[in-house]
Design a protein around this ligand. Structure first.
Ligand SMILES: [Zn+2]
Length: 385
């Protein structure tokens, strides 16, 4: 008996296996069916309603869908072998009811059970996204994932400009812009989403026009409104990632607390004169990644927090910081690499230097520690912005 065979018979003795038809019945009763095959294997078809999560991402992303460790999970691969290995890892992670589908997708198809074929890119999309398609880390499946993604962007200003432009260009399928300002001439030194020809327009409308000109195949939803405790959950719900390009502290606290409530990751950035900072906060599981309040528990008194308008900002600086925020957003959407969580990236434009500091989860954080109220409140303007 080879080492592999010995290992498989050991797994078969420990991991419950079920037939494809039984998996379908359990799925109808609420079990999560996960197709762990690679992206190139699932382009021709996958069980209807199954979560497509390639083996390499399984442990990293399963919690985003299966936050309840008691929910039954049914793993499927092509023939029923890789799913056994995958099941062992999920059991080790702490999931209590994990089973492997015997015979995998071949058995599922042979039994005539429902299959769905993921949509294919058309010729124009293929041309537009060619430089993504040739990267194995993105590829056709990754591009589809971007096209299905929904990102909420707070602020269509300095940071929001490069973020929105790069996310639209990358093919993020739905971008929600939230801002209540008008385009003024003094914005144009850094807010490259807008233009002289659109002075006086609402920023979300000017932004929408620029983004659809760049990529008419995406959807841009414009909310010409200010985020408040009363509307923040409605506006941010239903998005995969929230990107905070706002320029004031009350909004940052509100966005942080709302994202924790919604379980959505929050890509944070801030700029000041020649300096900027970036981090990724929160996510599906509370307490795994730190939040904004783990770093800054409460807003500072008003006199210590000058607004961007008072302090000034080098025109290119939001481009540097916003572009990193866009990169973090795309990484989160694609499940690529390591998100910039648990650390704060600092950029010193005058020295041309990046540094980072660790941001641990604060066990007494007023927003994300166990038992924290996470109540949404409108903080009075602390920075005159
Ligand atoms: Zn926290």
């Amino acid at each position: 008996m080879s080492l592999k065979d010995r290992r498989l018979s050991d797994l078969r003795a420990r991991i419950p296996e079920i037939a494809a038809a039984e998996a379908l019945a359990l799925q109808a009763r609420g079990a999560l069916l996960v197709d762990v095959r690679e992206d190139e294997e699932t382009v021709t078809g996958t069980p209807a309603g199954a979560l497509r999560l390639p083996r390499g991402f399984l442990e990293l992303r399963i919690e985003e869908t299966a936050s309840d460790p008691t929910r039954p999970i049914l793993l499927m691969c092509a023939g029923g072998t890789r799913s056994l290995f995958a099941a062992e890892d999920l059991l080790r992670m702490g999931y209590g009811d994990v089973r492997s589908v015997t015979g995998g997708f071949s058995a599922w198809k042979a039994a005539g059970l429902p299959v769905e074929v993921p949509p294919q890119l058309d010729a124009v999309q293929r041309e537009r996204y060619r430089r993504h398609l040739t990267m194995p880390e993105v590829g056709e499946a990754g591009q589809h994932r971007l096209l299905r993604s929904r990102v909420a962007l707070i602020g269509a200003g300095g940071l929001g400009s490069p973020i929105a432009l790069y996310l639209a260009a990358a093919g993020v399928g739905r971008l929600t812009l939230i801002d209540d300002d008008r385009v003024e001439r003094s914005n144009l030194q850094r807010q490259i989403l807008h233009a002289e020809s659109r002075l006086g327009q609402r920023k979300v409308e000017s932004g929408r026009a620029a983004l659809l000109d760049l990529n008419p195949t995406i959807e841009v939803v414009a909310h010409d409104t200010r985020l408040e405790a009363a509307n923040v959950l409605d506006l941010l719900a239903g998005h995969d990632v929230v990107v905070d390009g706002s320029d004031n502290l009350p909004t940052r606290y509100l966005v942080n607390d709302a994202c924790l409530r919604l379980g959505v990751p929050n890509v944070y950035g801030a700029i000041f004169r020649f300096e900027g900072q970036v981090s990724v906060f929160g996510g599906a599981t509370p307490g795994v990644r730190p939040c904004y309040r783990c770093l800054f528990p409460e807003p500072p008194p008003a006199e210590y927090a000058p607004s961007c308008a008072e302090a000034g900002v080098l025109g290119v600086l939001p481009g540097v910081i916003g572009t990193i925020m866009a990169a973090e957003t795309i990484k989160l959407l694609l499940g690529l690499g390591e998100p910039m969580a648990g650390r704060l990236l600092l950029y010193d434009g005058l020295r041309g230097e990046f540094n980072e500091i660790a941001v641990p989860v604060d066990p007494h954080c007023p927003s994300c520690s166990p038992g924290a109220s996470c109540e949404l409140t409108d903080i009075a303007a602390v920075c005159g912005a």
